[in-house]
Design a protein around this ligand. Structure first.
Ligand code: NAD
Length: 492
């Protein structure tokens, strides 16, 4: 397990920084320490990335050449899939099969952007039709420069891949700051980049606290673009920092995603998608299915099946076989989620299932899968992101009411609708104000499709070709193609 910083192609100690304890959320044991990078370390990393961008080969080589490096990184991740997945479980707590899924997805993300990098070479130049034939004009895409990426702890390597792969494909160089809670696989990603011979300074990884290393990165004048995933309050700070010197910024923030289930839906299908949507990754998912709206006629049946099935979820150490729900990531997160459940019941909500630490698990940051009903619309449980395995379920009477309730949120990341009536599914999907809408399912995520939110859930889109565009500037090149004088002061 690594603990140094990766700056300018070499592993270095933090100059003045201390260390951060790495805690196993399943046991509460400190099993490692990583460097608490400082503003000086961030400065060294940005300078290295700056040099690699301004003077290095990376932005100047062909897309296919960059693609080869990305494919080699994908291969490096795949070769170590099992080791990386185990590290992720130790660091984050998630069940091992989920971690294996994430690591496979991270490798797939590098492959996908390798293809897009290769395609950059073959794209025909986009010519612009001008109303004046003395000119020709074309549009070219160029890398935005040095990217600063700040990521959260819920999908540590996957969130890194979502930023590093498109940024490198575009020809950017970068500094990545992982979450202080889950830095281990980001350091391994740097090691893989080193192994495949990525040119020095192209990818730098600085571990550290958000308030120190994170803020230093957002404030650094050498950064051209900030790419952030995390909470709304931090996203707002990142955007304010970006505003000071007009850095490009993309934000992937929180959500309170609704799932509208109509009476004609198959109740067993609905229960499975709801449980996957809110208990997968312990509910620590930005797009988690946290508000379920059920048409009156199906409400009681669906609720009783959901409560029954929630009680069957196996809870325990993510390393153990057959576990579906691991611990939350940290003591702080555990307290936030249990406090939120308590505040919900105090505000009038009913605890239909879960809400407690399982009796058999007195160590580790565990909480049972939790189902809340009668949640007041103005309460925090209904309006705020809990980021844990807690779902609020509520009946509705009409399609219009369901849409109004679903859209009544400051978030707009994701939403879902379930019905056998195709026309209604499409109609409701188009009325839902969210960047991602699922019909008859909830949560499946594809590297090929755009990911991002409306409203306070963010700005910009990751994944797919949109993810690449995040790291590209648009340049017009306009040429005067006649010998004739322009004639501003001398008439032809
Ligand atoms: P967070 O905002 O606390 O931290 C995110 C990152 O920002 C961490 O690396 C942290 O160190 C850093 N940071 C903290 N303060 C900073 C500052 N002042 N300046 C710069 N960086 C700073 O979020 P979290 O608790 O790590 O993650 C949970 C949140 O992330 C949830 O709200 C969730 O919805 C969101 N999330 C969104 C998506 C998405 O795609 N939309 C994906 C995953 C998580």
């Amino acid at each position: 397990m690594r603990n140094d910083l990766f700056i300018d192609g070499i592993w270095v100690k933090s100059e003045k920084g201390g260390t951060i304890d790495v805690v196993n959320p399943a046991t509460e044991e400190v099993f490692h320490q990583v460097a608490a990078g400082t503003a000086d370390d961030v400065d060294a990393a940005v300078r290295a990335a700056r040099k690699a961008f301004d003077q290095g080969e990376w932005p100047r080589m062909s897309g296919s050449q960059r693609g080869q490096y990305l494919r080699a990184i994908a291969e490096g991740i795949r070769n170590r899939l099992s080791e990386l997945a185990r590290l992720e479980v130790l660091d984050n707590g998630k069940p091992l099969p989920e971690a294996e899924w994430d690591i496979g997805d991270a490798a797939g993300c590098f492959d996908f952007y390798a293809s897009l990098a290769e395609q950059l070479d073959n794209k025909p130049e986009e010519q612009i039709e001008l109303p004046d034939d003395r000119f020709t004009s074309k549009v070219v895409k160029e890398p935005v420069g040095v990217a600063g990426a700040i990521i959260p702890w819920n999908y540590p390597l996957l969130m890194a891949a979502w930023k590093v792969a498109p940024a490198l494909a575009a020809g950017c160089t970068m500094v990545l700051k992982p979450s202080e809670l889950t830095s281990l696989t980001a350091l391994e990603l740097a090691a893989i980049a080193e192994e495949v011979g990525l040119p020095r300074g192209v990818l730098n990884v600085v571990t550290g606290l958000g308030s120190e290393a994170g803020q230093a990165l957002t404030d650094h004048p050498g950064i051209d673009k900030l790419a952030f995933t995390g909470s709304v309050p931090t996203g707002s700070k990142v955007m304010a920092a970006a505003a000071r010197d007009i850095k490009r910024v993309s934000l992937e923030l929180g959500g309170k995603s609704p799932f509208v289930v109509f009476e004609d839906a198959d109740v067993e299908q609905a229960v499975e998608w709801i449980m996957f949507g809110i208990f997968w990754n312990q509910g620590q998912v930005c797009s988690a299915t946290s508000r379920v709206l059920v048409e009156q006629g199906l409400y009681e049946k669906l609720l009783s099946r959901l409560v029954e099935e929630s009680g069957k979820i196996t809870i325990g150490n993510g390393m153990d076989k057959g576990i579906l729900l691991g611990p939350l990531v940290s003591a702080k997160q555990h307290k936030q989620v249990t406090d939120a459940v308590e505040a919900a019941t105090q505000s009038g909500a009913t605890l239909a299932a879960g809400g407690r630490r399982p009796d058999a698990l007195q160590e580790g940051y565990y909480i049972e899968p939790t189902v809340l009903t009668d949640v007041p619309l103005e309460s925090a449980a209904w309006t705020e992101e809990i980021f844990g395995p807690v779902v609020c379920v509520r009946p509705f009477a009409t399609e219009a009411e369901a849409i109004a309730l679903a859209n009544d949120s400051r978030f707009g990341l994701a939403a879902a609708v379930m019905t056998k009536d195709d026309a209604r599914g499409e109609r409701v999907a188009s009325a839902l104000r969210a960047g991602i809408v699922w019909i008859n399912c909830s949560q499946p995520t594809f590297t090929e499709a755009p990911w991002g939110g409306y409203k306070q859930s963010g700005i910009g889109r990751e994944l797919g070709r949109w993810g690449l565009e995040n790291y590209l500037e648009t340049k017009q090149v306009t040429k005067y193609v006649t010998e004739a004088r322009w004639g501003w002061y001398i008439k032809n």
